[in-house]
Write a protein that binds this ligand. Structure first.
Ligand code: ZN
Length: 64
C-alpha cells in the first residue's frame, strides 16, 4: 500500500488543508483525511482533476 499527501488538497468533511492522503493499494486508490478519517473513492481519477472539471468546451453554432 502506498500513501502520499496531496499538497493543497482540502478535506470536504473537516475543511483542513494538507490532511488528505492518496492511498494506492493495488488497483484501488482512494483519498483519506488523516485529520477526521474521511475517505473518498477514486475511480482511477487523479485528485488533481477534481477542480479542473471546467474543461474548455468549444461550442460551435450549428449551421443549417
Ligand atoms: Zn477531514
Amino acid at each position: 500500500m502506498k500513501r502520499q499527501f496531496i499538497a493543497g488538497a482540502t478535506c470536504p468533511e473537516c475543511g483542513q488543508m494538507d490532511k488528505i492522503q492518496r492511498v494506492i493499494d493495488g488497483d484501488r486508490q482512494w483519498m483519506e483525511c488523516v485529520a477526521c478519517g474521511a475517505t473518498k473513492d477514486l475511480d482511477a481519477k487523479p485528485p488533481e482533476t477534481t477542480d479542473a472539471l471546467a474543461q474548455p468546451v468549444t461550442l460551435q453554432p450549428q449551421k443549417k
